[in-house]
Design a binder for this molecule. Sequence first.
Ligand code: ATP
Length: 276
Amino acid sequence: MHRAVGSDDGTGVVTAPAKPVIEIEKLNLVFQTPDAPVHALSDVDLTVNAGDFVSFIGPSGCGKTTLMRVIADLETPTGGHISVNGMTPREAREQRAYGYVFQAPALYPWRTVRKNVMLPLEIMGLDKAEQERRARDNLALVNLEGFEKKFPWQLSGGMQQRVSIARALSVEPDLLLMDEPFGALDEITRDHLNEQLLRLWDQTGKTVIFVTHSIPESVFLSSKIVVMSPRPGKIMDVIDCDLPRDRKLDIRETPEFLAIAHRVREGLRAGHSYDD
Ligand SMILES: Nc1ncnc2c1ncn2[C@@H]1O[C@H](COP(=O)(O)OP(=O)(O)OP(=O)(O)O)[C@@H](O)[C@H]1O
């Protein structure tokens, strides 16, 4: 089992010191639009360590996706500093340091499940046997053995999202960026995928950044929760979520879980104005 990175896990086992994967200082982003400038991010400071599962939570439009897109080099900040694996976001993207899972699965309907997972590997120019090995292994990791030859439209929404997770993992990144991947799914499917994702994180030791609107989802999944204010997105609170890593859904009824959920809610409330 993967062990959280830290200097002391309370059992006498000494682990390596936390290694920063993402370092963000005084980050600002202003979009220039024909009407008026849109100040999306304001003075964001954040460190994400190797092996962290970090959720960004905040009201709609507060800049969660924008912050994720800056990490992925899909947006350029207008101020401040950011490094990903000690590199600029552009260098990290060029080295395929991360996999990105979008809100919608974005699969090609004319390609089978296996061929969808193989697509980035074809673009990377990997040989066929390696493409096939990675597609097989990563589909097994998300419990989709036996579905390789199906087309996306033959699968449920939850299964399609698992294919997109397998595709993101197939480039073998240490960092997984997930933008509200389960937001469109029913609650039971979402619970199930949350459990699967947690197991996958524990097995692989990857660093995950996860955008969500859901307080229970953020507490259930995360080792660290970043609470953001309405636009311009600022960090209101960073909460360490030290529940056991092998948590099951029924942990949501425990006082420890509810105390963390309460603190997230307070952070959201502190940043929110209900005047309008
Ligand atoms: N390319 C762009 N040009 C202008 N404004 C933009 C652009 N992209 C995002 N914005 C604005 O920046 C703000 C932050 O958007 P963002 O999508 O990051 O929010 P979010 O917290 O992810 O929202 P949601 O939870 O609804 O997905 C919003 O007001 C949005 O309208």
